[in-house]
Design a protein around this ligand. Structure first.
Ligand SMILES: [Zn+2]
Length: 77
């Protein structure tokens, strides 16, 4: 019985280490920071179609940011 418990705990520890190893090399530490484009520009999500795009490629429509020139941008039905 103790042997099974030992392997369960060992597996749990290995799983924790494995998770930690893949989480550690994240490029930016702060998880809550807003996403940015390679140029450092803020990325926003279109209020209509949900596509993420740089702020400079969006326009404001009724107080919401939507795609400026995306012909496929349409409100979900
Ligand atoms: Zn859109």
């Amino acid at each position: 019985m103790g042997r099974i418990l030992f392997w369960v705990i060992l597996g749990f520890v290995v799983w924790l280490l494995w998770r930690g190893a893949f989480r550690a090399p994240a490029p930016r530490g702060s998880a809550g920071a807003p996403a940015q484009s390679p140029t450092g520009e803020d990325m926003i999500a279109c209020a209509r179609c949900g596509v993420h795009l740089p702020r400079s490629e969006a326009r404001e429509e009724g107080g919401r940011l939507v795609c400026r020139d995306n012909p496929r941008c349409a409100a979900p039905r």
